[in-house]
Design a protein around this ligand. Structure first.
Ligand code: GDP
Length: 365
């Protein structure tokens, strides 16, 4: 399963946010493939389309799609040199697909800041520097190894060294590896290095409880926004403290509490949706009377691969798929009406699944 790692300096609110994530957590019976680990929180991806399909089909059961947040505690200045949990931390972060970087944007005299003052930009740079230093180490080692092999004049290795040098230059200029413009082939060349600064990042700006309804006027959030905009990254303002309280509530209590706070939806939901997007994920649906269910795929997957997410047999024995877009089905009201309108399509092996497709697979066993 795809994973987003939660990082940040000590005392910025990571554990508080992570508590909210596990509290709100998904029912694990529905997700037998997810990791069972205290540092992993499985969350359901909120999706209004799934609610609408449930309303239309009235199934016995509805199952949202899910993904994982990993708590990566222990990053301090010097981690790349082995301070704190150092290398262990860095090894964990190599395994995630995207990074959620929690930044402290709340003032509270009772809670010490590691550097003595609230300084979102400084905090971000401290963490980013550790990631950059770790990547420099990986890249330089790789360059040394490749150079030794280069003596034979192999073109492939020459290209590899060229790509590595470009990445190294960026890192030495304090720029993340993801800022280097690389073709898909070039990206493939350095994939094995699992560079930390290659991963997409989302900043979670942790604001005070009193400011959740109006985060735009928080000067710290603005600083984070400016920095993120320059990097092309997203910012989700959130109050970890408030999210912890929201996560304990359900149904109407939750709705009332959100209204009191002046929020449309929980910050956690916004964070989940933003992380899902950041990972480049699409959702398709299956909609039977037994079960209406959302499934996660990567953008660009073809129908057999998408079927394989449900079961490997579906991929192996794939014949074709019946597909209707969510919008068409919602407007039609029933599958039969959608069919009469000619909106139910038969698609084959080469069909690239679209976000929001409602699919029924035909396959050989
Ligand atoms: P971590 O070290 O990054 O995991 O930070 P914690 O989640 O343990 O938070 C450190 C302290 O800050 C705890 O005492 C939290 O209760 C507090 N804290 C976290 N978020 C907020 C917030 O939004 N407002 C305030 N006032 N305190 C917070």
């Amino acid at each position: 399963a795809l994973k987003a790692g939660v990082v940040g300096l000590p005392n910025v609110g990571k554990s508080t946010l992570f508590n909210a994530i596990t509290q709100a957590g998904a029912e694990s019976a529905n997700y037998p493939f997810c990791t069972i680990d205290p540092n992993v929180g499985v969350v359901e991806v909120p999706d209004y389309r799934l609610d609408k399909l449930t309303e239309l089909v009235q199934p016995n059961k509805t199952v949202p799609t899910a993904f994982e947040f990993v708590d990566i505690a222990g990053l301090v200045a010097g981690a790349s040199k082995g301070e704190g949990l150092g290398n262990k931390f860095l090894a964990h972060i190599r395994e995630v697909d995207a990074i959620v970087h929690v930044v402290r944007c709340f003032e509270d005299e009772n809670i010490t800041h590691v550097n003595g003052k609230i300084d979102p930009l400084g905090d971000i740079q401290t963490i980013n520097l550790e990631l950059i230093l770790a990547d420099i180490d990986s890249v330089e080692k790789k360059i040394d190894r490749s150079r030794k092999n280069l003596k034979g004049g192999d073109k492939k290795i020459a290209l590899e060294v060229d790509v590595l040098e470009r990445v190294k230059d960026a890192l030495y200029n304090d720029q993340p590896a993801r800022s280097v413009e690389l073709s898909d082939d070039e990206k493939q060349i350095i994939r094995d290095l699992h560079l930390l600064t290659m991963k997409p990042v989302l900043y979670a700006a942790n604001v005070a409880e009193s400011e959740v309804a109006d985060t735009d006027n928080n000067k710290f959030v603005q600083i984070v926004r400016e920095f993120a905009a320059a990097e092309g990254a997203q910012v989700v303002p959130i109050s970890a403290k408030v999210e912890e309280e929201i996560a304990e509530l359900e149904g109407e209590d939750k709705a009332m509490f959100l209204e009191e706070l002046g929020l449309q939806e929980s910050g956690l939901n916004r964070l989940i949706n933003a992380a899902y997007k950041l990972l480049g994920l699409y959702t398709y649906f299956t909609a039977g009377v037994q079960e209406v269910r959302a499934w996660t795929i990567r953008k660009g997957m073809k129908a057999p691969q998408a079927a394989g997410v449900i079961h490997t047999d579906f991929e192996r024995g794939f014949i074709r798929a019946e597909v209707v877009s969510f919008e068409d089905l919602a407007a039609a009201g029933t599958m039969n009406v959608a069919k009469e309108r000619g909106q139910l399509r038969l698609e084959g092996k080469e069909y690239v699944v679209q976000d929001g497709d409602v699919m029924h697979f035909r396959f050989n066993v």
